[in-house]
Design a protein around this ligand. Structure first.
Ligand SMILES: Nc1ncnc2c1ncn2[C@@H]1O[C@H](COP(=O)(O)OP(=O)(O)OP(=O)(O)O)[C@@H](O)[C@H]1O
Length: 515
């Protein structure tokens, strides 16, 4: 049909019995922003991979700019103007901004010698197209995540992209950076580019989408004009049910302090942090990225040693210099960056889940009890609704949200006294969030003390019975359970995070304020 840059017809792809895509047809119009939404594992990334020629579908055909392909390869896809920015961005960390932007173009042009003046000129031109400037000589690993996204966009533009796929581009960005990125995406659309935007953050979807296609279980539920959908109807189409976050209520009667942080400092990372937690407390820690919250979590897990202060568990001061010390002391951490810090991608779900609790499945003879390992994994897969054909599946073949649940399962199996969850639902769909919240709350109800680090305010308000706010490496505020139930709680947290007043220095340790 004229006006369509892409037409996908009856695309199917099966992996070992799993219908990743089941007879999906879809059109992308020239110059539109088309969002793909759906639960984890619903087939969005598989669709993108088929359109880029990275994987061949079992059935179906693809028409790009009027040319029909039964088997699209990456070179044809690029020639037709398709560019994909995957979540990991695929940049070269030690090369400069200019080199990263220009390199693919140089390769595509078949240049054998690198002309640095040309490399810089290409980079400057592409940055100018999105109205940005950057230090062209700075290595990629020294620039922010937001600027890396822009470099990836410029690299795509340098190859004359007509259709840009962006797979969860905002996951690692702060709220301000997200606004900047969405503005650029809208400007690119004005200049005639088609963008396919994938996100689990539905507010972002509504901000940019002209058309929304909803996937469920590998099938297309429908294409909608974004104006005809409400937040609730979108969720209903995605999940087939109404979704509400459960609100946590602490029921434990034991008010003894189980976990205490006293004056913990690491100058430049976090300063004078004081916390007291009982069994069944879920303490939220929030703040912008870089506020010190992640550094504090890593320190508690033995990865970022503090310079002063104490960590006390069950009345005993513990000294934690490594993750092993932390686990032995009863502390576990789900790190924010699951892919590089937590997963063994080529290993099975079963091995990933058991990897932090091997002693409990090792026989007296020192052999691994494979049957026990498998059974533990089967139990956790059922509990957390991990979508997989079986527990032997390699973790790299799971969708993002299901990888996240696998890591949560691993730490829960260690049965820690204190579980620190840093961004447990990043990249997780709304229905799976509810699964994860129910599990977090159930673990707390059984007596676990949980620290939940997040910048998603609805997540904190649903799950926590107190929230501490960090800014510029310091604790700048605290809301008790009672305060969290008031209608202005989200506004107060937001304002403390950004420095808009309402600060308070908790001279009294955190949970005493609520007793
Ligand atoms: N290489 C593979 N081998 C086996 N199964 C796979 C492979 N790639 C994808 N799958 C399966 O196909 C289904 C669709 O996965 P896909 O990554 O497309 O989902 P998604 O909608 O992008 O999910 P998410 O939002 O979590 O990223 C999932 O069940 C996934 O486990």
């Amino acid at each position: 049909m004229p006006g369509n840059i892409l037409e996908a017809n009856n695309i199917s792809k099966t992996y070992g019995g799993v219908h990743a895509l089941d007879n999906v047809s879809m059109c992308i119009k020239a110059g539109e922003i088309h969002c793909l939404v759906g639960e984890n594992g619903s087939g969005k990334s598989t669709f993108v991979k088929v359109m880029s020629g990275a994987i061949t579908p079992d059935n179906g055909e693809i028409t790009l700019n009027g040319h029909t392909y039964r088997s699209l390869n990456p070179i044809d896809s690029i020639r037709e103007g398709v560019q994909v920015i995957y979540q990991d961005l695929s940049l070269f960390p030690h090369m400069t901004v200019a080199e990263n932007i220009s390199m693919n173009k140089m390769v595509a042009l078949g240049k054998k010698l690198v002309n640095m003046a040309e490399v810089r000129k290409t980079a400057e031109e592409q940055l100018a197209r999105i109205g940005e400037t950057m230090d062209l000589d700075c290595p990629i690993d020294e620039i922010s995540m937001a600027n890396r996204q822009l470099v990836a966009i410029c690299r795509a533009l340098s190859l004359d992209a007509k259709l840009l796929f962006m797979d969860e581009p905002t996951t690692a960005l702060t709220n301000i950076e997200v606004d900047r990125l969405l503005k650029i995406v809208l400007e690119l659309k004005e200049k005639g580019l088609s963008v396919v935007f994938i996100s689990h953050k539905l507010n972002e979807v509504f901000e940019v989408a002209d058309t929304i296609t909803i996937f469920r279980d590998g099938r297309k539920v429908g294409d909608f004009n974004s104006k005809e959908l409400s937040y609730h109807s979108l969720i209903y189409h995605m999940t087939g049910r109404n979704v509400e976050y459960p609100r946590y209520v602490r029921k434990a009667t034991d008010d003894n302090i189980r976990f205490e942080i006293r004056g913990l400092s690491r100058p430049g990372h976090f300063e004078d942090v004081n916390v007291k937690m009982r069994r069944g407390d879920i303490l939220g820690i929030t703040g912008l990225k870089g506020s010190g919250r992640e550094e504090l979590a890593l320190s508690l897990f033995g990865l970022n040693p503090s310079k002063s202060g104490q960590v006390i568990i069950n009345g005993k001061t513990v000294s934690i210099h490594s993750p092993t010390d932390a686990i032995v002391s009863g502390l576990s951490l789900l790190p924010e960056d699951r892919y590089t810090q937590a997963l063994f991608p080529t290993h099975s779900i079963s091995e990933n889940i058991s990897s932090a609790s091997l002693p409990s499945i090792t026989t007296k003879a020192g052999l691994l009890d494979r049957k026990g390992e498998r059974q533990n994994a089967i139990n956790m897969v059922a509990k957390l609704h991990i979508r997989t054909p079986n527990v032997e599946t390699s973790v790299q073949n799971l969708s993002g949200g299901n990888q996240q649940k696998t890591v949560i399962a691993r730490w829960v199996l260690t049965d820690p006294e204190v579980l620190i969850l840093d961004g447990p639902t990043v990249g997780v769909d709304i229905a799976s969030k509810v699964d994860i919240y129910e599990q977090i709350q159930s673990f707390a109800s059984q007596g676990m003390s949980i620290i939940l680090i997040s910048d998603e305010l609805p997540e904190l308000l649903a799950n926590c019975n107190s929230v501490m706010v960090m800014r510029a490496n310091k604790v700048v505020g605290f809301l008790s359970n009672e305060e969290l139930e008031k209608p202005d709680a989200a506004d107060r947290l937001q304002s403390m995070m950004s420095g808009g007043g309402d600060d308070f220095q908790p001279s009294i340790p955190v949970l005493e304020a609520q007793a």
